[in-house]
Design a protein around this ligand. Structure first.
Ligand code: FES
Length: 217
């Protein structure tokens, strides 16, 4: 599922964090991406750099089925083609003006992106639903030490005292941080979800303390 290859699916966000008509930044191994959901609910992922003057497209705004750059309003389709240049309203933009796009799929409440053409569909984690994502200022070894289990990028189950067993999907970031998606059993009640969320925050603190100690020469 996850590896250092670019043709594998990477869980970049939770569906619940990307409402209709909005854009958000995310990352893959190939760099930053703009993730956006059109008014009809279709997902798109593109390089987070406008071909005009490099503004981040994740700062742009969604209009209908297109994404407009916040700087000069160049507008792009989900396939990456430039549809409109406001300073030249009568011009049909040449096909050569386009933004690179990525494969994107939604499965089990998670948004998956691949830089290449992956075989098959993203995985489904039967019996689990997404709870939240959090960023930890620590890498895989500190996370493994904090959980007492190998922090496999395919995901792993961890249980803190007083909380339900949760499934964690760690996604290493270029910054050395780790984005973690937290999944809980689908039959969890409200109090168990709160306990799971607190357990994830406590894990973040533990991993960051370990990372800080490891960084001391
Ligand atoms: S930088 Fe995006 S339209 Fe100018």
């Amino acid at each position: 599922m996850l590896s250092d290859k670019t043709d594998t699916w990477v869980p970049v966000a939770l569906s619940q964090d990307l409402p209709t008509g909005q854009a958000m930044p995310a990352r893959t191994l190939a760099g930053p991406i703009a993730l956006w959901r059109s008014q009809s609910g279709r997902l798109a992922a593109s390089a987070d750099r406008c071909p005009h003057r490099g503004m981040r497209l994740s700062h742009g705004f969604v209009r209908g089925e297109a994404l407009s750059c916040i700087y000069h309003g160049w507008t792009y389709s989900q396939a990456g083609r430039c549809l409109r240049i406001p300073a030249h309203p009568s011009l049909t933009p040449p096909e050569t003006i386009r933004v690179a796009t990525r494969s994107v799929e939604e499965a089990g409440g998670i948004v998956w992106v691949a830089d290449g053409e992956p075989d098959g569909k993203p995985p489904l984690f039967e019996g689990y639903v997404p709870l939240r994502s959090l960023t930890v200022r620590a890498g895989g070894s500190a996370l493994s030490a904090a959980t007492g289990t190998k922090a496999a990028v395919e995901g792993f189950v961890w249980r803190a005292p007083g909380a339900p067993a949760i499934r964690l999907l760690p996604v290493p970031q270029e910054t050395g941080e780790t984005l973690i998606h937290v999944l809980v059993p689908a039959d969890c009640g409200v109090s168990e979800r709160v306990a799971a969320s607190r357990a994830a925050e406590s894990l973040r603190r533990m991993a960051e303390r370990i990372e800080a100690k490891e960084a001391v020469p």
